[in-house]
Design a protein around this ligand. Structure first.
Ligand SMILES: Cc1ncc(COP(=O)(O)O)c(C=O)c1O
Length: 378
């Protein structure tokens, strides 16, 4: 398949860039002794799980479906799961397919004790607790801050028992979002000061996700030093579970200009891609995604979509010239938190999923149709 033959909209995942990210993460693993897991919530395109599994230690899941996906598509690698609450029937299955199960509260830990204790006694599962270090390092988007004052994520120090509950072997924190090493270092210092009394009884510590390890300028030497310190001071395995860093900048979303509406301040281009349906983080976070065709001081345009949502606007950009109807525009960094979050609001077609392989070939991984829309509604 050639680029011209691709449908729009299409997500194009870049195998070469994915491998570059994985090489960086693998180097961090080798030099620090940490284990790194793919957080599937960010990127679950399982066609590339064999590639990811050949570099990383495994995956972490947000619930039973992601855990099943990992067990089917990345067999033989570690399979961790954290969810704020599990249903009884899910816990049975989770204990069969996962090797590390994390609880968000003491009540969930005890509620499911009988089930997980059976798997622990067979040596198949290790149990962890998510704790909340109550140390916020982000400003501006509380929606992504698990340490916000009203957070429900992780047990606060005041709610922890004097000693770790029987059977618990690991502690988990996840507090960062698209951040460098400094906030992690500061967070770990607080975590160690307040929760360090439990560390001697642990087999592992998981430092969560949100580490922008594959971004240029990330202080990887600092990270490697911290991990080595934790491993030697407390004799524990250290896990990291990034999502973004695995597939950062490893995807595009191509779209086509369908119409140009003359709105008062600048022309608004109607695309066949939608923020609301195909890149929901643009509205949720909010942020303006990179556009490959954009330039400085060009023609100002607003990029929007063909849904009914008045605010379904992707952003305002400068382009070298006003595009023609039928021209293509390309959004960058569209592998992460895109496919996993898309939806068919307004009956909007889902983008094709395409893999740009390292040999330059475009491989169609999945094309969606009307049946995919209909099936979810009946
Ligand atoms: C518990 C947990 N782990 C890992 C991640 C992955 O974070 P990121 O994709 O920012 O690295 C998230 C993201 O929300 C998370 O909630």
């Amino acid at each position: 398949m050639t680029y011209q033959e691709l449908n729009t909209p299409s997500y194009i995942v870049l195998e070469g860039k994915l491998r570059k990210n994985l090489e960086i993460l693998s180097d961090v693993m080798k030099r620090s002794g940490a284990k790194i897991l793919l957080a599937q919530k960010a990127f679950s395109m399982f066609r590339v799980y064999p590639l990811i599994g050949s570099y990383l230690s495994g995956t972490t899941s947000s619930g039973i479906y992601e855990a099943r996906l990992a067990s089917e598509e990345m067999p033989g690698r570690e399979n961790h799961v954290f969810e704020p609450a599990y249903k009884d029937e899910e816990m049975e299955d989770i204990c069969k397919i996962c090797d590390h199960v994390y609880f968000n509260s003491l009540s969930q830990l005890e509620h499911h004790r009988k089930t997980w204790e059976r798997s622990v006694s067979e040596g198949r599962v290790s149990i962890g607790l998510r704790v909340n270090p109550e140390f916020s390092t982000q400003e501006g988007h509380e929606i992504y801050d698990p340490c916000s004052p009203v957070s429900r994520l992780g047990i606060r120090l005041k709610d922890m028992p004097g000693e770790l509950p029987e059977g618990v072997e690991g502690l988990h924190i996840h507090t960062l979002c698209e951040q460098g090493f400094e906030p992690l270092k500061e967070t770990f210092e607080v975590f160690e000061k307040n929760f360090g009394k439990y560390f001697g009884a642990l087999k592992w510590i998981n430092l969560g996700g949100g580490h922008h390890i594959t971004k240029e300028g990330y202080d990887r030497e600092g990270l490697i030093g911290l991990i080595k310190y934790i491993r030697s001071a407390y004799n524990v395995e250290v896990y990291l579970e990034p999502g973004e860093a695995v597939a950062l900048d490893a995807g595009l979303l191509i779209s086509e200009v369908m119409d140009i509406v003359d709105t008062p301040d600048m022309p608004t281009l109607i695309l066949d891609a939608s923020a609301a349906c195909h890149m929901p983080d643009v509205l949720e976070m909010p942020y303006t995604p990179p556009l490959l065709e954009a330039c400085d001081n060009g023609v100002k345009v607003r990029l929007s979509s063909r849904t009914c949502l008045a605010g379904d606007t992707i952003g305002e950009y400068d382009l070298p010239k006003l595009p023609d109807i039928g021209d293509r525009l390309t959004f960058g960094d569209m592998a992460i938190y895109s496919m996993v979050k898309n939806n068919t609001f307004n009956g909007m077609p889902l983008p094709d999923i395409v893999l740009l392989k390292e040999d330059g070939e475009y491989a169609l991984v999945k094309r969606f149709g009307y049946e995919d829309f209909k099936e979810r509604l009946s």
